[in-house]
Design a protein. Structure first.
Length: 214
């Protein structure tokens, strides 16, 4: 596993393909979407999150661009991604939620950041994608990481092999989707960060490995 991590410089990889026309249908008049697309017209890589926005995520425009980028990257070529994201940003108080999440991550309050996000149609998996993007953008010391159903199932198997109950970190519903749990998510984030420190790799290399194992 250590050799696998050492061989990867995955943040430079281009693997976030998306259909621009699908997003233009719902966000074509949105100035923050247009500003993002002007700067990132092609596929999105994880490393792109480190440079989105103009002012280190201190403005609403930066927050919205970073959120849109994380959803575009997360949904990829899935056709309903733009539709769902439009509903997320139509949630009353959505702008305030985005900014509150960024401020909480910046102050090291991951549970509060998780709890701040109550966006319509934005479940735990996609919430964690936004938190991850925030962490990369602001250079968080303990990097928030993605916890979707694929990562969760891989981690479930890994923990079980060590005699550890995964429910200490997350639970899955009847459809295998990650349940909303701020405390559990915060405990989960510590694991890959600790493993990464031990192995001398990036924390998101551990998360990507879990994703690819799934």
């Amino acid at each position: 596993m250590q050799q696998y991590f050492a061989a990867r410089e995955f943040r430079a990889e281009r693997f976030g393909e998306y259909h621009l026309h699908s997003w233009q249908k719902y966000f074509g008049e949105d100035p923050d979407f247009c500003a993002f697309v002007d700067r990132h017209p092609g596929p999105i890589a994880r490393g792109d999150f480190t440079v989105i926005g103009d002012d280190g995520c201190k403005t609403l425009a930066d927050a919205r661009q970073l959120f849109l980028a994380s959803m575009i990257w997360g949904y990829g070529t899935v056709g309903y991604g733009a539709y769902r994201t439009r509903h997320m940003l139509s949630t009353p108080g959505a702008d305030e939620q985005l900014q509150a999440a960024i401020q909480s991550v910046a102050s090291g309050q991951l549970i509060e950041a998780y709890q701040a996000l109550q966006l319509y149609k934005c479940g735990p998996s996609f919430m964690s994608k936004f938190l991850y993007a925030i962490g990369l953008r602001i250079g968080a010391t303990s990097l928030p990481l993605i916890l979707d159903s694929i990562v969760a199932r891989s981690l479930q198997r890994l923990l079980a092999s060590q005699g550890v109950d995964h429910r200490s970190f997350f639970t899955l519903d009847g459809n295998g989707m990650v349940c909303r749990d701020a405390d559990g998510y915060a405990r989960y984030v510590l694991l890959p960060n600790e493993w990464a420190s031990t192995l001398g790799v990036l924390p998101d290399a551990v998360e990507l490995c879990l994703f690819e194992m799934g």
